[in-house]
Write a protein that binds this ligand. Structure first.
Ligand code: FNR
Length: 377
């Protein structure tokens, strides 16, 4: 169907689901165990009520803001996600093309299906990327990769270290799909030769997630990993996968080495029943609000509407990531499908702001939301 007949992110997901392979769908859609965190990610936003103010001039409305000091057209960025070429041949470069049109930041996954050089090659002037790192057991591989990223620092402006995945989550949709079909080879840019081969006896039926995880280091710590990373790069560092106020506070003690955190449960794909980002936001507001002044706080998981984005911003998030939604956009219509996704979100954010009586992102704050329904959790 023509992309302009797709009116919301659910429409786009439905079309993508029809168009991509079952195996790709299973990998993208899947989440851990019973998909409870995945479901709550979205439901938590739906349970927050908005508190619109009236009789305010909203003739002009501006969605632009800054993330880590970089001007962006909207507070939404694209979360790092593996294997975009399973959705469309243009892969992560297709997502980059769409982000360029909206001046949106894209985080490139360690497990991207194209090289970082290919992904940033045709970027718009001034377009900003981040690089998401999974540290490898063979540290020299990560060091080599980071030295490539350093050479792309005119486009890749920060490193995002993902910490919520020291082991792959139990994703049964992905696993079932892998047992059905002969495993199509999915390898990340750091994987080559020996360490990345499926273990003996797996019979080629290892799931995509488990395949991509091979070689990833499970032994990272605050003490050892941050100093190592600082030696490898001068780029700003943000930490992804913070799920408690305790860890948000710990991260803030590492400022300015650490410049930001992403509250995320990995789209519900790692530990099932881990909290939605918005719960962690509320915890931080309650127990360690100073975190918001020391670090930029971004969130992801379950974003499907402009109102979800606005609610997160009201509670102190500065950036809001979309993971699956970008992949569904790519699956539904290649780069133009991702553009449509961003266009819908931007329009919905604008409408929400106007109806709240707000005309700039900086005005958003807790007085515009009622979070009572999710506070008992
Ligand atoms: C992810 N995510 C992810 N995160 C990360 O740090 N590195 C990665 O390689 C991946 N890969 C990945 C693949 C796929 C298919 C998905 C769906 C997700 C997690 C991602 O960055 C983000 O946290 C979630 O996707 C956000 O939730 P939503 O927007 O998908 O609900």
């Amino acid at each position: 169907p023509p992309l302009d007949t797709l009116l919301n992110l659910d429409d786009i997901e439905r079309v993508a689901t029809r168009q991509i392979s079952h195996k790709a769908w299973a990998y993208y859609f899947s989440a851990a165990d019973d998909l409870i965190s995945k479901r709550l990610n979205n439901e938590a936003y739906r349970s927050i009520l908005l508190r619109p103010r009236i009789f305010i001039d909203v003739g002009k409305c501006e969605t632009s803001t800054t993330l880590l000091g970089h001007g962006v057209g909207l507070p939404v960025y694209v979360s790092p996600a593996a294997a975009a070429r399973l959705a469309h041949t243009t892969g992560e470069a297709g997502i980059a093309q769409a982000c360029g049109k909206f001046n949106a930041i894209q985080l490139i996954s360690t497990n991207a299906s194209m090289t970082p050089e290919q992904i940033v090659k045709d970027a718009a002037s001034g377009q900003v990327f981040g690089f998401q790192l999974y540290v490898q057991v063979e540290q020299s591989k990560s060091e080599a990769l980071l030295s490539r990223i350093n050479k792309l620092s005119h486009k890749i402006k920060f490193i995002c270290l993902t910490l919520d995945a020291p082991a792959p989550g139990n994703r049964e949709h992905d696993e079932r799909a892998s047992n059905m079909a002969a495993t199509q080879s999915v390898t990340s840019i750091v994987q080559s030769s020996s360490t990345s081969k499926p273990p003996e006896g797996s019979g080629g039926t290892i799931s995509i997630a488990n395949q991509l995880f091979l070689g990833t280091d499970s032994r990272l710590t605050w003490k050892t990993t941050l100093p190592w990373l600082r030696k490898q790069t001068n780029l700003p560092i943000i930490l992804k996968g913070i799920q408690t106020h305790e860890d948000a506070h710990l991260a803030s003690l590492h400022a300015p080495l650490v410049q930001g955190i992403i509250l995320s449960n990995h789209g519900g794909r790692e530990l099932d029943t881990a909290p939605p980002a918005v719960h962690t936001l509320l915890e931080i507001r309650k127990y360690c609000p100073e975190v918001f002044t020391k670090l930029e706080v971004w969130v992801d998981g379950g974003i499907r509407r402009g109102t979800d984005v606005v609610k997160a911003l009201c509670l102190g998030a500065r950036g809001v990531g979309i993971g699956r939604a970008a992949l569904w956009g790519l699956g539904a219509g290649g780069p133009e499908g991702v553009e449509r996704t961003l266009e819908i979100l931007k329009a919905e954010i604008e409408t929400c702001m106007r109806l709240l009586g707000v005309t700039s992102i900086s005005e958003l704050g807790p007085k515009y939301v009622n979070t009572r329904a999710i506070e008992h959790l």
